[in-house]
Design a protein around this ligand. Structure first.
Ligand code: FNR
Length: 341
């Protein structure tokens, strides 16, 4: 059951990439061009730090999969791409492992292929501390992601309908798991109010995982025969909207959800994110062209992120927050509605 679901998610998320395109709220963020701002490329470093976590580059392969034979092979390939490019990588939800230990290898293959890289294990917010520790142990994980996915669960016929215990669970995991906890959405975004609650729970970092890329309301709707939920297609806040909403909150944030290219990464960093994450686009690249295609894409992105930082005069990813930005269109309306200057 879980294995079938994981295969469905991969297929539908990869297909969804064809339907993305058109205007994205990242397009409502532009840099004021300063023709004399540039610095020497040799002075630029991609290394980034947030919430006590150090990454060599401000980009990761975000949580996706594991739990079936096919998704084990995908995890193997993602781990190889991560190893060869130095980008951190996350497992998909490890619920399948808690339900059936025989699928452990579909996750642990990532550590075997990438023994020294930064790996994040991933659990849902119903996991006990004991399960969270098992996930971290299996992966020898450097951090633990906990995903929040109320809308996905709501559209899934077999989904969870009890969410009240999520907050206390997160607090217990943070207190007991022994590695930094990163709480993330799955494509609907984290509001300022949610970030403040997470900060109060002791969460180290939040990954906003906003609207604009992979859409799990649509994926689950396409999987179900029961009543249609397509009216939820536009639900949630976009990634740049979340980053603007997060301004001034003393909790480090990551930018993911609909990141399409190196400029979106740099926009996210300029809006205050410590790093960016990509899922659906990297998955599609891997499925279409194998490890060589994904390696080439990630290497090109890292090169182009560094090139943009050079032109913008940013020695480090954090320096990008000093760039002058213009916010237009729908994103500007969001800022006005939320009282963001
Ligand atoms: C995901 N995502 C996800 N997130 C999570 O925390 N646990 C999970 O198990 C999964 N599973 C999953 C499967 C597949 C096939 C995809 C494409 C994505 C969500 C992912 O981490 C990310 O938050 C969203 O996909 C938004 O980013 P993109 O895809 O727009 O870059």
């Amino acid at each position: 059951m879980i294995a079938n679901r994981k295969d469905d998610h991969v297929r539908l998320a990869a297909e969804q990439q064809d339907r993305l395109g058109g205007h994205h709220e990242f397009d409502d963020v532009s840099f004021v061009h300063h023709a004399l701002a540039g610095i020497d490329r040799s002075d630029v470093s991609l290394a980034t730090s947030f919430g006590g976590i150090d990454w060599p580059v401000p980009l990761c392969i975000n949580a996706m999969t594991g739990g079936s034979t096919k998704t084990g092979l995908i995890n193997r390939d993602l781990a190889i791409a991560a190893r060869e490019t130095g980008v951190p990588v996350a497992t998909g939800s490890m619920s399948a492992y808690f339900a059936d230990e025989s699928v452990a290898e579909t996750f642990s293959v990532m550590r075997r292929e990438n023994p020294d890289g930064f790996i994040m294990a991933n659990v849902n917010a119903t996991a006990t501390v004991e399960r969270a520790r098992r996930a971290v142990d299996l992966m020898r994980a450097d951090a633990l992601q906990i995903h929040l996915n109320t809308i996905q669960e709501t559209v899934m016929p077999e989904g969870d309908r009890s969410f009240a215990a999520w907050g206390p669970r997160i607090e217990q995991i943070v207190a007991g798991v022994g590695v930094p906890v990163i709480v993330k959405e799955v494509g609907f975004g984290l509001s300022r109010e949610t970030l403040l609650r997470l900060r109060d729970m002791g969460v180290r970092v939040a990954d906003v995982a906003g609207r604009g890329g992979t859409n799990f309301a649509r994926i689950e709707n396409d999987r179900r025969d029961a009543a249609d939920y397509s009216f939820l297609d536009g639900w949630g806040q976009s990634t740049p909207a979340c980053l603007l909403d997060a301004q001034g909150v003393d909790l480090p944030v990551l930018a993911s959800g609909g990141v399409r290219n190196p400029l979106d990464v740099v926009r996210g960093l300029a809006l205050g994110a410590g790093a960016a994450g990509v899922s659906g686009l990297f998955l599609r690249t891997l499925l279409d062209g194998g490890v060589p295609a994904l390696l080439s894409l990630i290497s090109t992105w890292l090169d182009q992120i560094e090139a943009l930082m050079t032109a913008l005069g940013a020695r480090t990813p954090a320096d990008l927050t000093r760039c002058d930005l213009l916010i237009h269109g729908r994103l500007s309306a969001f800022c006005a509605a939320r009282g963001i200057d």
